[in-house]
Design a protein. Structure first.
Lengths: 304, 254
């Protein structure tokens, strides 16, 4: 497989450092790492440049130093995580190097020295294949794209400082992460706007319990209605699920949601609108009021 | 503060059809304002309503920037005036190309204190243009902002990151990309809808604002993926018979 000469990884999280350095090794001969977090997290790089942790600092303050390094050393490819910081870093590095970052790559390869990337566009309706011919390409890569390799400690760790103008760190508050691993669930019941109100979601939970499923939702339910947490919304910009069965309730079936669930083996749709797009994209469907259908279906499933 | 929110008009994805060779056919797809851009407009309106100032909108695109229904649509959300840059080659352009045209627009508008962008465009969703624009302007640039407060000559922003919330103080002028859950975009009142057509809208041809050099990534293809053929066995009605029919299908799988 064709390889570049030199790939730079910029990452903060343990999984990001692990996966991106493994990915870099598959794409380039030499890997270097610029990172924040715990000093010992440096892996799989000839040299690792350590900015410090971000307990009392924003990762943004490291970006100007990263740009100076890239301008000076010219790696053929810079890999960043697809986190909020990773996206900002990719954008600013790309802008300074007169190129556009390749984002959310599903697949990256090298061809005649150029970097080729595939990503979903139009809500998942299509896949765009794009090529960067720039001197320095930048790619922002999602978790799980590269498999973490067998970790080897970095060759050398160099401490490096970062400063950014026009911005002052005020404070940081850690968030409580709700741990629900819906991405790995074998059965999922999806909650859409069709439920009408938060009080009706119990009907979905009862069905889920009856069949041993997790409860997920569409983006509007998480972001606008806020009936369920963001960690369980399924869609192109949320969780991509691959269950054996997905029961979509009160979900219209728009492209952005379906892109996150169409790897399900079987899709079942419950919706009162006969013309909802989801009926074209399901294996089994029923047109009717979910407030009537769900309890009746749950009852039958429990009985048998 | 003079605030400019950037927006993009995108095709309605449900109306994009797929040809037999898997290429996309946009001919029947209506255009709409990118939904995440409306969060940026709303954020600007809330800042203007709390602190005073001017709230404007800017877009770059092909002939869609002349679409009067969309122009009135966005003006009905509150901005005082609209600027557009027309570039017929902008469709499928990458983030650097788009951001350079918006940069030229911001400079032509002049005296801008704050640029607001949505999380990403409604169609490509690369989540880059806002940050690239900030880098090109050379202003403090942040993304993932879920809260903005003005504090005198500074802006206090809260970024919603994966594991934490980070609060930063920014000097102006600055570029801020907001999250999609920062606010819920207001529904325009009848008065605002009717008044939208009277607000000034200025469209510039790209050659008048920016001397274009070709740059950017090459698009090799945009193709619909192989679709899983679904069975599409649908029963109608929520009576006992229909539920039984559905149950019979599911019984074999569950």
């Amino acid at each position: 497989m064709e390889k570049l000469q030199y790939v730079l990884v910029v990452a903060e999280s343990v999984s990001g450092i692990s996966e991106l350095t493994a990915g870099a090794a598959s794409l380039g001969e030499k890997t270097e790492l610029m990172y924040a977090g715990d000093r010992e997290n440096a892996l799989n790089a000839e040299t690792a440049y350590y900015f410090g942790n971000t307990e009392n600092n924003s990762f943004i303050s490291f970006i100007p130093a990263i740009i100076s390094f890239v301008k000076q050393n010219k790696p053929q490819l810079v890999l960043t995580e697809a986190t909020k910081n990773g996206r900002l870093t990719a954008a600013v590095i790309a802008a300074s190097m007169e190129t556009s970052a390749l984002t959310d790559s599903m697949e990256i390869s090298i061809n005649e020295g150029s970097v080729i990337s595939k990503r979903m566009v139009y809500g998942g309706a299509a896949i765009k294949t794009e090529k960067s011919v720039a001197e320095v390409s930048v790619a922002c890569v999602g978790g799980g794209m590269f498999e973490a390799g067998s970790p080897a400690k970095a060759g050398k760790i160099v401490d490096i400082e970062g400063h950014v103008a026009g911005m002052r760190f005020v404070e940081k508050r850690t968030k409580e992460i709700k741990s629900v691993n819906i991405a790995a669930a074998k059965r999922v019941v999806g909650v859409g706007r069709g439920f009408g109100g938060e009080e009706n979601i119990v009907l979905a939970r009862e069905l889920a319990q009856a069949i041993g499923a997790e409860v997920g939702c569409s983006r509007p339910v998480a972001e606008e209605e806020k009936w369920l947490p963001k960690e369980v919304y399924c869609g192109i910009s949320g969780v991509m699920i691959k269950p054996e069965i997905y029961i979509a309730c009160g979900i219209s079936g728009q492209v952005q949601h379906m892109s996150g669930v169409n790897q399900s083996k079987v899709i079942v749709a419950i919706n009162k609108d006969k013309s909802a797009p989801i009926f074209e994209k399901c294996d089994y469907g029923i047109v009717g009021d979910l407030k009537t259908i769900l309890p009746a279906l749950t009852k039958k499933l429990i009985k048998n | 503060m003079k605030i400019v929110a950037c927006y993009k008009c995108v095709p309605e994805e449900e109306q994009i059809s797929i040809r037999s060779d898997h290429t996309l056919d946009f001919s029947k797809a209506e255009s709409k304002i990118g939904q995440y851009d409306l969060n940026a407009v709303e954020a600007g309106m809330q800042l203007k309503e709390s602190n005073g100032g001017e709230m404007l909108v800017l877009t770059a695109g092909d002939s869609v920037v002349e679409n009067s229904k969309l122009r009135k649509g966005i003006l009905a959300h509150g901005p005082e005036r609209l600027y557009g840059i027309r570039d017929d080659e902008l469709k499928m352009a990458d983030s650097l190309t788009t951001a350079k045209e918006l940069e030229a627009g911001i400079e032509k508008i002049g005296g801008v204190d704050l640029v607001l962008c949505g999380e990403g465009s409604g169609d490509i969703y690369a989540q880059q243009v806002g940050s690239v624009l900030g880098a090109l302007l050379g202003w403090p640039t942040v993304n993932a902002v879920s809260k903005i407060t003005q504090d005198g000559e500074k802006l206090i922003v809260e970024r919603s990151l994966e594991n934490c919330a980070e609060v930063l103080e920014l000097s102006l002028p600055a570029v801020v990309s907001v999250t999609s859950d920062i606010n819920i975009s207001r529904i325009p009142t009848m008065k605002e809808i009717l008044g939208a057509g009277k607000k000034p809208a200025e469209i510039w041809n790209v050659e008048d604002v920016y001397s274009k050099k070709s740059c950017g990534n090459e698009t090799i293809s945009v193709l619909a993926p192989e679709q899983t053929d679904r069975l599409r066995i649908v029963v109608e009605g929520d009576g006992e018979d229909s539920v039984n029919a559905l149950y019979e299908h599911l019984r074999k799988i569950i």
